[in-house]
Design a protein around this ligand. Structure first.
Ligand code: HEM
Length: 510
C-alpha cells in the first residue's frame, strides 16, 4: 500500500465496498441521459467486487467493453477500460475532472489530516525539487548510505559468511522500508550519540522497530479501508496512528540529522501557512505512508522473479558487474563499500526493463477523478458519453492494459526483457487494435497525480538489487517453490503483496 493516492485508492475501494450494498450496475450508452435511481441491488456483485476487484472489473470489461457505470450508493462510478481513451481522463482539466477534492475529503476522514488550500501545488513543487533532477542525486546518495548501514554493517566481521535463512518478503520489505525511511526522515543525531558508529547502530535498531509497527498497520489497512475492522483492531489502528504521529512529530524531527529536503520543506511550508503542529505531525505519517508502503513489496517481487528466472538473473548480474568494472568498483574483502551513484544507475537498461516488468505484474492502483461539471467523455473510437457533475470516473489499468494479452503476449509470465528493444534500448512501442498505446503500463498512475516519487522509488529498487547481487549469493530454500499468488484484498492499493512469504538463503560472496 503506500502512496498518498494509495491511501485514497484504499479509501475509494472502501467507499465502493461499503456502498455497493446499496448499489447496482449497468452500462451507460452513448448520449444517454443521466441515470435514474438504479434497479434492485445485485448482491452477487457486492461479494464479487469485495472479494476480488480485479476479477470483477475484468468480467465487467469482457461483458460491457470500453466503458461502464457502477452505481455506488450516492455516486455513479464510470470505469474506462479502453487504454486508448485514458487520455480523455488523465489529461482533462481540473475544472472538469478533479482529483484533489475527492482525495482531501478521504484523507480528512481516515487520517484526520485537513489539507491546506494549495496542498497539491506544494507537494508537486517540493517533489520536483527534491525527488527528481539534482535533488535525486542527493536522495540516491542518502539511500545508498543507509542501505550500506543496514545491509553491509557486518561485512568484514565474518558473521555473514554463513547462510542466513529468512523470508524473502520480510527481508526485502524490511531493508527497503528502513533505508527509505532513514533517507527521507533523517538519521540519529551525532550530537546525541557522540560517535557515528553508535548513531548508525541506533538507526538500525530504531528503523527496525518502526518497520514492524508499520507492518501491523499495513496488515490492518485493507479492513481499515473497507471499514470492517473489529473493535480490538480499531483500537490497535488508533494506537498505531498515534505512535506514528508521535515518532514522526515535528518536535522529534528537530533533533534528527540529514532530514531530506522533501520532508523538511513540506513541514516548513505548513508551518509558514500557520498549520498547527499536531496537524503537521499527522502529515508526516501521510508522507511515510505514501513513500514507504510500495517500494518494499515491489523489491520482493523483483528479487523473486530474478531468482525464479535464471536467464534474467544472469543478464542482470553481468550488467551489474559491467557497471562496477567501468567505475573501478567491486565487492571485495576489506575493500571500500560499493557506492552507487545516480549516474551509474542510468546505465542499466536490462535492470530497468526487469523493474518495469515487475511493476506491470504487481502494481495495481485505481485512478479516480471527481466530475466537477456536466461533461462529455470522448472515447478514442469517436463515441461520446455524458457524465454528470458529482459523478466519479475511474481507471483500473491492471486489467485494462497491464495484463491484456493483446498488448502483452503471455501476460502473466515474467519476461525480463519485455521492455527492451532488439538494440538494447528502452522499448516503448506497445499496440492494441493495431494502434500504438500511449498508456501501456501505469504502476505510477498518470496525469497531475502521477507518483512524484517514481524516480526515487526506481532507484531504491535498483540500489537494493544491485547490492544484493554484488555482495551475496542467494537461493530459494525450495527452488521448485511456485511464485505465490497476489493478496487480492489489496487490489487498488498500489503495489500488491503476496499471499505468503517465501523462504530464501543468502550469504556473503567472499
Ligand atoms: C514502487 C513504488 C511506488 C509505487 C508503485 C507508487 C505508486 C503510486 C501511485 C499509483 C500513485 C497515484 C498516482 C495517480 O493518482 O495518478 C502515487 C502517488 C504518490 N506517491 Fe507513489 N509509488 C511508489 C513509491 C513512492 C515513493 C518512494 C514516494 C516518495 C518518496 C512516493 C510518493 C507519492 C506521493 C506523495 C503521491 C501522491 C501524489 C499526488 O497526490 O499528486 N511514492 N504513487
Amino acid at each position: 500500500m503506500g502512496s498518498l493516492l494509495q491511501i485514497l485508492l484504499g479509501l475509494f475501494i472502501s467507499v465502493i465496498g461499503a456502498l455497493y450494498l446499496l448499489g447496482s450496475f449497468r452500462r451507460r450508452r452513448a448520449g444517454e441521459p443521466p441515470l435514474d435511481k438504479g434497479p434492485i441491488p445485485w448482491l452477487g456483485h457486492v461479494l464479487e467486487f469485495r472479494k476480488d476487484t480485479a476479477k470483477f472489473l475484468q468480467r465487467m470489461k469482457e461483458k460491457h467493453g470500453d466503458i461502464f457505470t457502477v452505481q455506488l450508493g450516492g455516486f455513479y462510478f464510470t470505469f474506462i477500460t479502453d487504454p486508448h481513451s485514458f487520455g480523455s481522463v488523465v489529461k482533462e482539466a481540473r475544472t472538469k475532472l478533479d482529483f484533489t477534492k475527492f482525495a482531501e475529503q478521504l484523507v480528512a476522514r481516515v487520517f484526520g489530516y485537513h489539507s491546506l488550500q494549495n496542498e497539491h501545488k506544494f507537494l508537486q513543487a517540493s517533489s520536483t525539487k527534491h525527488l527528481m533532477g539534482d535533488g535525486l542525486v542527493v536522495m540516491t546518495q542518502a539511500m545508498m548510505c543507509n542501505l550500506q548501514n543496514l545491509m553491509l554493517h557486518n561485512v568484514g566481521s565474518g558473521d555473514d559468511k554463513l547462510w542466513q535463512e529468512t523470508g524473502l518478503f520480510a527481508y526485502s520489505y524490511n531493508i527497503v522500508f528502513r533505508a527509505g525511511y532513514l533517507a527521507l526522515f533523517g538519521n540519529e543525531s551525532l550530537k546525541s550519540t557522540g560517535t557515528l558508529e553508535k548513531a548508525k547502530e541506533i538507526d538500525r535498531q530504531h528503523s527496525n522497530e518502526l518497520f514492524w509497527e508499520f507492518r501491523k498497520y499495513d496488515q490492518l489497512f485493507p479492513n481499515l479501508a473497507y471499514s470492517v475492522l473489529g473493535p480490538s483492531e480499531k483500537m490497535e489502528a488508533e494506537r498505531l496512528k498515534r505512535l506514528f504521529w508521535n515518532t514522526l512529530s515535528v518536535q522529534k524531527m528537530r533533533s534528527r540529522d540529514n532530514i531530506s529536503g522533501w520532508v523538511h520543506e513540506q513541514q516548513q511550508v505548513r508551518a509558514e501557512q500557520g498549520m498547527q503542529e499536531f496537524m503537521q505531525d499527522r502529515y508526516m505519517f501521510l508522507l511515510l505512508w505514501a513513500s514507504q508502503g510500495n517500494t518494499g513489496p515491489a523489491a520482493f517481487w523483483l528479487l523473486l522473479y530474478l531468482m525464479k528466472h535464471p536467464e534474467a538473473m544472469k543478464s542482470i548480474k553481468s550488467e551489474v558487474e559491467q557497471v562496477l568494472r567501468e567505475t573501478g568498483q567491486g565487492a571485495k574483502q576489506g575493500g571500500p563499500l560499493i557506492d552507487l551513484t545516480r549516474d551509474m544507475l542510468l546505465k542499466t537498461p536490462i535492470l530497468d526493463s526487469a523493474v518495469e516488468e515487475t511493476l506491470r505484474l504487481t502494481a495495481a492502483p485505481v485512478l479516480t477523478r471527481a466530475v466537477m461539471q456536466d461533461m462529455t467523455i470522448k472515447m478514442a473510437n469517436g463515441q461520446e458519453y455524458k457524465i454528470r457533475e458529482g459523478d466519479r470516473v475511474a481507471i483500473f489499468p491492471y486489467t485494462a492494459v497491464q495484463v491484456d494479452p493483446e498488448v502483452y503476449p503471455d501476460p502473466f509470465i515474467f519476461k525480463y526483457d519485455r521492455f527492451l528493444t532488439p538494440d538494447g534500448s528502452k522499448k516503448t512501442d506497445f499496440y492494441k487494435g493495431g494502434k500504438k498505446l500511449k498508456y501501456y503500463n501505469m504502476p505510477w498512475g498518470a496525469g497531475t497525480t502521477m507518483c512524484p516519487g517514481r524516480f526515487f522509488a526506481t532507484n531504491e529498487l535498483k540500489q537494493f538489487v544491485f547490492l544484493m547481487l554484488s555482495y551475496f549469493d542467494l537461493e530459494l530454500k525450495n527452488p521448485n517453490e511456485e511464485i505465490p499468488g497476489i493478496d487480492i484484498r489489496r487490489w487498488g492499493f498500489g503495489s500488491m503483496q503476496p499471499t505468503k512469504d517465501i523462504q530464501f538463503r543468502y550469504r556473503l560472496r567472499f
